[in-house]
Design a protein around this ligand. Structure first.
Ligand SMILES: Cc1cc2nc3c(=O)[nH]c(=O)nc-3n(C[C@H](O)[C@H](O)[C@H](O)COP(=O)(O)O)c2cc1C
Length: 336
C-alpha cells in the first residue's frame, strides 16, 4: 500500500483517538460462553430483508478502491461472492456499478443524494437495472466534507481507474441537505428497500423507519466525520431497542474480527458491515487475500457461535446482551 493510499484509508477525524475507541468499545464486551448445551457445528447463515448470506457480514461501501488495486471493487465483489457475502458498493467507487453487480453474489448500492435530486435519477435507473437488492442512503455526510488530510491524500494519489460511467454528471456537488422525506422518495423511485446509514441516535432511527426505511446502519463512518463521536458499540443497543422489531439493524465502525461480529449481533444487530479490513487485504495482498479474510471471518464467526453455545444467529439474537458481560468501569454502568 502506498503512503498516500494508507493516509486515505486509515484517516479519521479529530485527534485520531476515535480509531482506537471504535475498536476498544467492542472489546469491552466479554463473551460469556454457555456450555453443556449439546451444540454441534453452528449455522452462521443470516437473512436480512430477504438478503441471504453465509454469515451476518456484508462488505461496506469504501470509495475509490482503485487507489490501490486495478480491479478495485470488482475484485472485492468476487471475493465477497466466494465467501457467500453481500457487497454494498460506494457511489464514489472506482468501477462501474454494472461490472461490480455482475461480479457480486448479492449487490447493494450506496447513495449520496445530491442537492439537485434529478441529477442522480439516471444512476438510480442503472442501479435497479443492474439488479441491486437494496439501496443504502448515507446520511452522515450532509455537506461537503471537511478538508481532512486523508482527502488531500486521495486527491494526491492517482486512482488506477478504467474508463467508467460516473454516477453523477461532471461538476455536481456530491451531497445535499437531507430530509426524512428523501427516504420515501428513494424507495418509490427505485422500488428497493432503503437502508439509512450513519444513524447514532435512537430518535433518528425511529424517524427514519417511520419515514419508510427498511433498515438503519449504526455507524460513525469509521470515525471519519466527527472525531469526538459516540462509537457504534455504544450507540447500537439504544438504536436496536428503538427499531429492531420493525426494521433491520446493521452496524459498522471498528469491527475487525469474528468476536466483534458476535458482540454486534448480541447487542442487537442483524448483520455488520466491514470496511477497512477488506480494503487493506485487497491493497496489500490482492483479491485472494480479501477472499481469505472474508472466508475466515465467516468461519471464525461460526466457530465462536458454537463455542459460545449458540446453534445459529437467531439463538444468539434471542440471548441478546445475556451472551455478553460488560467489563467493569464507571462509564459502563449506564448500559447494563
Ligand atoms: C477510505 C474510506 C472510504 C469510505 N467511503 C465511503 C463511501 O463512499 N460511502 C459510505 O457510505 N461510506 C464510506 N466509508 C465508510 C464505510 O462504509 C464504513 O462506514 C466504515 O469504514 C466502517 O468502519 P471500518 O472501516 O472500521 O470497518 C468509507 C470509509 C473509508 C475508510
Amino acid at each position: 500500500m502506498s503512503e498516500a493510499g494508507r493516509v486515505y484509508l486509515e484517516g479519521v477525524a479529530g485527534d485520531g483517538s476515535i480509531a482506537r475507541r471504535n475498536r476498544d468499545d467492542w472489546d469491552r464486551w466479554s463473551i460469556v460462553p454457555r456450555v453443556l448445551r449439546q451444540v454441534g457445528p453452528a449455522d452462521a447463515r443470516s437473512e436480512v430483508l430477504g438478503i441471504l448470506s453465509s454469515a451476518p457480514v456484508w462488505v461496506a461501501p469504501v470509495a475509490a478502491q482503485g487507489l490501490g488495486h486495478p480491479e478495485a471493487e470488482v475484485a472485492v465483489a468476487r471475493a465477497a461472492r466466494a465467501a457467500g457475502l453481500p457487497i454494498v458498493l460506494s457511489q464514489a467507487a472506482s468501477r462501474d456499478a454494472e461490472d461490480v453487480a455482475a461480479a457480486a453474489g448479492v449487490y447493494l448500492q450506496q447513495i449520496y443524494l445530491p442537492e439537485h435530486r434529478p441529477a442522480i435519477e439516471p444512476f438510480l435507473d442503472r442501479v435497479v437495472a443492474a439488479g441491486a437488492a437494496g439501496v443504502v442512503l448515507t446520511v452522515d455526510q450532509p455537506a461537503s466534507p471537511h478538508v481532512h488530510p486523508f482527502r488531500l491524500a486521495a486527491a494526491a494519489a492517482r486512482p488506477l481507474v478504467s474508463p467508467r460511467r460516473p454516477p453523477l454528471p461532471e461538476g455536481t456537488p456530491p451531497a445535499g441537505a437531507l430530509h426524512v422525506a428523501d427516504i420515501a422518495w428513494l424507495a418509490a423511485r427505485t422500488g428497493l428497500p432503503v437502508l439509512v446509514k450513519g444513524v447514532l441516535h435512537p430518535d433518528d432511527a425511529r424517524a427514519a423507519v417511520e419515514a419508510g426505511a427498511a433498515g438503519v446502519v449504526v455507524s460513525n463512518h469509521g470515525g471519519r466525520q466527527i472525531g469526538g463521536s459516540i462509537t457504534s458499540a455504544r450507540a447500537l443497543p439504544a438504536v436496536a431497542a428503538a427499531v429492531a422489531a420493525r426494521a433491520a439493524v446493521l452496524t459498522d465502525s471498528g469491527i475487525d474480527d469474528a468476536d466483534d461480529v458476535f458482540r454486534a449481533v448480541a447487542l442487537g444487530a442483524d448483520a455488520v458491515l466491514i470496511g477497512r479490513p477488506v480494503v487493506r487485504a485487497l491493497w496489500d495482498g490482492g483479491e485472494d487475500a480479501a477472499a481469505a479474510l472474508l472466508a475466515e471471518l465467516r468461519d471464525e464467526f461460526a466457530h465462536s457461535l458454537q463455542l459460545a453455545g449458540y446453534e445459529d444467529v437467531a439463538a444468539l439474537r434471542r440471548a441478546g446482551r445475556g451472551a455478553l458481560r460488560a467489563l467493569d468501569g464507571p462509564e459502563q454502568k449506564e448500559e447494563r
